[in-house]
Design a protein around this ligand. Sequence first.
Ligand SMILES: Cc1cc2nc3c(=O)[nH]c(=O)nc-3n(C[C@H](O)[C@H](O)[C@H](O)COP(=O)(O)O)c2cc1C
Length: 425
Amino acid sequence: MRTEGQGLLQPHLAPSSTPPADPLCGRRILVGISGSIAAVKLPLLVSALVQRGAEVRCVLTPSAERLVSAASLACLSRQPCCLEADQWSHRAPRPLHVELAEWAELVLLAPLSATTLARWVHGLGDTLLASTLLACEAPVLAAAAMNTSMWASPGVRANWQALQSFPTVLPLGPESGLLACDRQGQGRMADPELLLLALESLALWGPKRDWQGRGLLVSAGPTREPLDPARCLTNPSTGRMGVLLAQAARLRGARVELVHGPLALPAGWLEGLNAEAVLTAAEMRQALLARQPGVQAVAMVAAVADHRRSQPLDTKLDKQALEQALASGWEPVPDLLAELVHGRPRGQRILGFAAQTGDVLPQARVKFARKGCDLLFANPIDQPQAGFGGHSTSGWLLGPGDQVGVLPTARKLAVAHHLLSALAA
Ligand SMILES: Cc1cc2nc3c(=O)[nH]c(=O)nc-3n(C[C@H](O)[C@H](O)[C@H](O)COP(=O)(O)O)c2cc1C
């Protein structure tokens, strides 16, 4: 990101017509699979990684070999699958666990069973996967999965706690839901879509936890202002930028509160966030104001409607009445970002977003001065590779003292990490 100060020429943002590189493309990813029934979800995840251009090799524990097909994994990864017996092959010129550990740029350890967790934390290398983990210096995304009582047992709790201090590890605890053992509770492996997101985050940012101990409130998605029971005023926001920012912060250790309008995203992306769904700007306002006092920072990413009906209608209008209703009866929605800034507790930092078309920067400067937030990210929504819904964006980050940073076109997750670093500063 380039930063320029007051009095300099307007920082130029070159539009990009090509999508930015996927951080997983071309990376050597080792997928370690241990003996949990969640292993059956791995072949499709491996396939998704390969489709994104990653080079993937899989290692199975003996228990995993009995739960998921090594042939499927080999076929989908386009590489031989490494099994326990391969460790002792007379054809291998080097110990396989060392070769795999040195080959890997990133490791996805999913599912992580109680047994493999215990081996790893206690430094035992008595399977190919366990010895590979001990020999490996690459960052590891570790996604635990097990029965609820196993997860709650004191030994597993202690081992999981110990794993938190491993400097190269990004641990993802299991989610709640219906388990294969018919129990309802915590133990389900994180959603594969979330694992892909977390792996991308690991590739971009590593396992650093600089937001540990801090709370972040994020708003995301559009709001929907009803005109009558069949029609509403809304916008094309999908919530991608806001939810990626929320997940990036959570992966960096933050306690995240998310308030969101209707989203068009994988449901798994909401895991691990304290999320509340709302529809209207009034509901969003209420939910945000209730959560604001408990956090150190706020990121107001949601695309909140500018207008709403003064008197909501409870019967559907016919076409003639609709034309009249479109022309009158609307009122402006109070400025939510300005209200959050006005009522913030001491020391709380606030990042605003401005989606603009045309000559973005002058409009953004006016908005920034009016809102009073610490940072404002102004992004052009009329440029290729930017705007609502897509994977990438670009823009200007306005900060104190008329500082303007240019963020060239990048994946939204990369932009989220930039913005979090600026917000934490
Ligand atoms: C059908 C089945 C499902 C299992 N699911 C889990 C699980 O989700 N998590 C877990 O920790 N163990 C699970 N186990 C038990 C492990 O497979 C067992 O503890 C084994 O020792 C794990 O070894 P590994 O870590 O080397 O794969 C399951 C066992 C079976 C037979």
